[in-house]
Design a protein around this ligand. Structure first.
Ligand code: ADP
Ligand code: MG
Length: 250
């Protein structure tokens, strides 16, 4: 579902991603860990084409991200083509970014109505079902300011799912939450994993990584240092940098 080959990204003179190689199979849950500043968010943003990579190749579901191939030549995509590739990828951020002037239900309906041109009636019905799936059927009429952080994050997940993505990217989805609200969000993500969603999850929740993750990838300083089965990486890290990081977070 995702294949990164030697992906590089710089901001000006700052070389941030220094040759990322990574593969994620359909239905796989890949947990991405690493120190702050190692490039995890930048990498997710490249997958979602919020950033254009400078070198290497990145495919999502067989489609080259950011470029169109014509014979041997590659052309950068136009904005409208970028939007089309991004539509299949759901993203959930640390901050929930809901529209404050819309109810939970309206937030979830917005993408299907505006982007997919779905009828309001059909979008409303699906949005209701999605809110039920994240345990918030009773909050459909609430505004974001009336919801807890955990509830807002679950609405954000429902909103991403409303676009029927092939791939879900989570960037520290529980880092901004009070501890007692983390579990409900992780439970929704666990349910998604059980339903077979392909997911890349940047997280510091090692319990989630161990129990739900199919793979665990440790990034440091813009490269993948090591990856493998979560239990194996956590129990027996092969690299000193991984050991040093895990000793701080476990
Ligand atoms: P992580 O998510 O692992 O904490 P990030 O991908 O957010 O790391 O950031 C990696 C580095 O890239 C940081 O040093 C950050 O300051 C830098 N960076 C990220 N986005 C930009 C940007 N738009 N312009 C300049 N530097 C950036
Ligand atoms: Mg980050």
């Amino acid at each position: 579902m995702v294949r990164a080959e030697s992906v590089h990204k710089s901001f000006g003179a700052a070389h941030i991603l220094k040759g990322i190689d990574l593969q994620v199979a359909p239905r796989e849950v890949c947990c991405l860990i690493g120190p702050s500043g190692s490039g995890k968010s930048t990498f997710l943003r490249c997958i979602n084409h919020l950033e254009q990579i400078n070198a290497g190749r990145l495919w999502v579901d067989g489609v080259l991200i950011g470029y169109r191939q014509h014979g041997d030549k590659l052309y950068e995509l136009r904005d409208r083509e970028v939007a089309a590739t991004r539509r299949d990828i759901g993203m959930v951020f640390q901050r929930f970014n809901l529209f404050p002037h819309m109810t939970a239900l309206e937030n979830v309906m917005e993408g299907p109505v505006q982007v997919k041109r779905e009828s309001r009636a059909a979008a409303r019905e699906r949005a209701g079902a999605l809110l039920e799936r994240v345990g918030l059927a009773d909050k459909a009429g609430s505004y974001p300011s009336q919801l807890s952080g955990g509830q807002q994050q679950r609405v954000a997940i429902a909103r991403a799912l409303a676009m029927e993505p092939k791939l879900m990217l989570f960037d520290e989805p529980t880092s901004a939450l009070d501890p007692e609200l983390v579990g409900d969000v992780l439970d929704v993500m666990r349910g998604l994993a059980e339903d077979g969603m392909t997911m890349i999850v940047v997280t510091h929740e090692m319990g989630f990584a161990r129990e739900v993750g199919d793979s665990l990838v440790f990034m440091d300083d813009g490269v993948v240092v090591e990856s493998g089965r979560p239990r194996e990486v956590l129990a027996d890290p092969q690299h000193e940098r991984t050991r040093a990081f895990l000793s701080k977070v476990l």
